[in-house]
Design a protein around this ligand. Structure first.
Ligand code: FPP
Length: 253
């Protein structure tokens, strides 16, 4: 297995690694069911994949990794599962922080953080503070996040600024909107990965993924490890990113 990982990794063009990768980590529940276990067992196992993928980002030079850990819609899951997920988040962030810090990972959070239980907010803030000066990988957790929520907030802020006379409606452009999103300090992702065979975007970074390449795999999140991640990078590197131009224009540049 390690030989195969090395093979895939050695095929990566290190000059063309995405700066920012966004991942919809899907399939924990199905993975657990297949083992005859509770859904939460799958979420626990999913943490091992998170650890490996963060490590892989450090190894190949991905500077930003955004993980969809809990969506606004996930609040509607059975209370037991929501409670267990919040406990798991607190425990994982607390346990992993020393290791993340050692590896130079800087933690960030996007989403409606104030809607999280206070214990979760406190742990998150503590880990964000501890890792604040790190520069290897920016790990961005999307928590209680949905893109429509984020864009709605941006529109409200801009409307308020127009009302106050600080912004002229003629000056509203894509940059101004980006500056009012939770992701204002990060570049847009070049690659979005979704596991578990679902081909949806599920209210995730709708604005920021405008020109991202999408990679879908049948693999369930707890089985998505370095090997699969390198395969996604290799698939990305085979693609021609045209940004609305023709193939000839891209070749000539
Ligand atoms: C989707 O699988 C997964 C989630 C909603 C939770 C993801 C959380 C983790 C991997 C653990 C904590 C993460 C961090 C970053 C500390 P699903 O439950 O929708 O699976 P299913 O589609 O098979 O039901």
């Amino acid at each position: 297995m390690s030989g195969l990982i090395l093979d895939l990794k050695s095929n990566i063009d290190f000059k063309n690694v995405p700066q920012h990768i966004a991942i919809i980590m899907d399939g924990n529940g199905r993975w657990a069911k297949k083992q005859g276990e509770d859904r939460i067992f799958g979420h626990h196992e999913g943490v091992n994949s998170v650890r490996e993928i963060v490590e892989a980002c450090g190894e190949i030079g991905v500077k930003y990794l955004t993980l969809y850990a809990f969506s606004t819609e996930n609040w509607n899951r059975p209370k037991d599962e929501v409670d267990a997920l919040m406990e798991l988040l607190i425990a994982t962030i607390s346990l992993e922080t020393p290791n993340l810090h050692k590896k130079g990972v800087k933690l960030h959070a996007i989403g409606d953080i104030k809607s999280l239980p206070q214990g979760c907010q406190n742990q998150l803030q503590e880990s964000i503070d501890i890792t604040a000066n790190n520069t290897t990988v920016n790990l961005i957790l999307a928590l209680s996040y949905s893109s429509k929520w984020e864009i709605t907030n941006a529109v409200k802020q801009i409307a308020e600024n127009v009302k106050q006379g600080v912004v002229n409606p003629n000056d509203i452009n894509a940059n101004l909107i980006s500056e009012h999103l939770n992701t204002k300090n990060f570049p847009d992702p070049e690659l979005m990965i979704r596991t578990s065979g679902e081909h949806r975007i599920s209210n995730f970074l709708l604005w920021q993924l405008a020109y991202a390449e999408f990679y879908f795999t049948e693999t369930l999140w707890p089985d998505f490890r370095k090997n699969e991640f390198y395969q996604a990078i290799l698939s990305y590197q085979k693609r021609e990113r045209r940004f609305g131009l023709t193939g000839e224009q891209i070749q000539n540049n």
